[in-house]
Design a protein around this ligand. Sequence first.
Ligand SMILES: NC(=O)C1=CN([C@@H]2O[C@H](COP(=O)(O)OP(=O)(O)OC[C@H]3O[C@@H](n4cnc5c(N)ncnc54)[C@H](O)[C@@H]3O)[C@@H](O)[C@H]2O)C=CC1
Ligand SMILES: N[C@@H](CC=O)C(=O)O
Ligand code: NA
Length: 432
Amino acid sequence: MAMKVALLGCGVVGAEVVRLLQEQADELAARIGTPVEVGGIAVRRLGRARGTGLDPELFTTDAMALVTRPDIDLVVEVIGGIEPARSLILAAIKNGKSVVTANKALLAEDGAAIHDAAREAGVDVYYEAAVAGAIPLLRPLRDSLAGDRVKRVMGIVNGTTNFILDRMHTQGAGFTESLEEAQALGYAEADPTADVEGFDSAAKAAILARLAFHTRQVTAADVHREGITGVTAGDIASAEAMGCVVKPLAICQLSEDGSSVGVRVHPAMLPREHPLATVGGAYNAVFVEAESAGRLMFYGAGAGGAPTASAVLGDLVAVARNRLAGTSVAEGGHDTGLPVHPMGDTVTRYHLALDVADRPGVLARVAEVFAENHVSIKNVRQEGHGDDAQLVLVSHRAPDSALDATVRRLRALDTVRSVASVMRVEALNNAD
Ligand SMILES: NC(=O)C1=CN([C@@H]2O[C@H](COP(=O)(O)OP(=O)(O)OC[C@H]3O[C@@H](n4cnc5c(N)ncnc54)[C@H](O)[C@@H]3O)[C@@H](O)[C@H]2O)C=CC1
Ligand SMILES: N[C@@H](CC=O)C(=O)O
Ligand code: NA
């Protein structure tokens, strides 16, 4: 007997899911062991010719009636946002349906409750598309690395912001035009503030931290978040002068004593030789460092309709197979309870460009401020002279709170006309 799928949402991702379900119907049936049939599609408005080739009778605006229909086996949620997605997913679970979703915002906020409900109902909730689109990342973290100890996950998990910064570096393009291009290509969220202010990456980082460190204690609200709207042409130029590129990073890291985790999202400078520095366009890439496995890198399309639909279909096959086998994969049952530590306790490295008065004693005074805050300087160089003098400094690793205090103190110095650029610097080798 065919498995019936209810699709919630038919936008950028949903339309591609429908296309693939139709085009690959025979392969999917062979791989699952039974055909998959679209049982209904919930949309916001009826009446548009959707070009799906499907019977118009399949479209409905009553998503709740669709997810609770007795003949539906699997629900694919690609509406996005918190409500009504949460109520629809919980209703589907309660009614014994397995769920596939691409909704990072919801999972980051309420993942624990959704997994609890799924465990209780004996159904699956799979969400590979929610982080880094097409890239197989969540199932490798959940399953393949289940026997290892993950120490750090660091990556580019937002295609829109990587696309914008890449355009700024390679074409000198402006922020607004690059964002519009990313929107036209289907990479951006419905509200692109989610991308450019780091909310999307923060949700993904929370999901990654929970899976990597087996803790239920991380939600998007716990993630230190800085968007890319403050990145200036000056930052880009400063990065290039140092042989670096600016990348939108998400970093989840176990503390040195293993008692807490740091989870942060912010733009950072990366040396050009860093593997993440070469990840251009809307591509995503994620580094995972585990005790026994060492360094692993996952790379591919992190956004866009077809790549995201590929991950949705992969999950659909997995949950359909589980259902046929009468089994489900419970997630989130074990909680290490690891809490998130404040950003100030995270050890980072800063790059600073200071517009200064070019006169004797200025460098000494700047160095003094670093020393007063127990921050060691890795290197310093002066560019220009007279009224155009700029001091460019890179610190050694120090608690973020000490680096932040250093910058605040420097801003107050008479000899520092302005702080032209402040950005964290990440490196492969974390020893210095
Ligand atoms: N576009 C991308 O590259 C990626 C998107 N995602 C996620 O996939 C999900 C969908 O994203 P997109 O397809 O890009 O968004 P979209 O905005 O293109 O599509 C969402 C669709 O849901 C419909 N919708 C809204 N409320 C509804 C309701 N109550 N009932 C039925 N339909 C409703 C909207 O009318 C729209 O057509 C989001 O959770 C997003 O974060 C994940 C990875 C990549
Ligand atoms: N808006 C997101 C889409 C994928 O999650 C992005 O740009 O990465
Ligand atoms: Na993925």
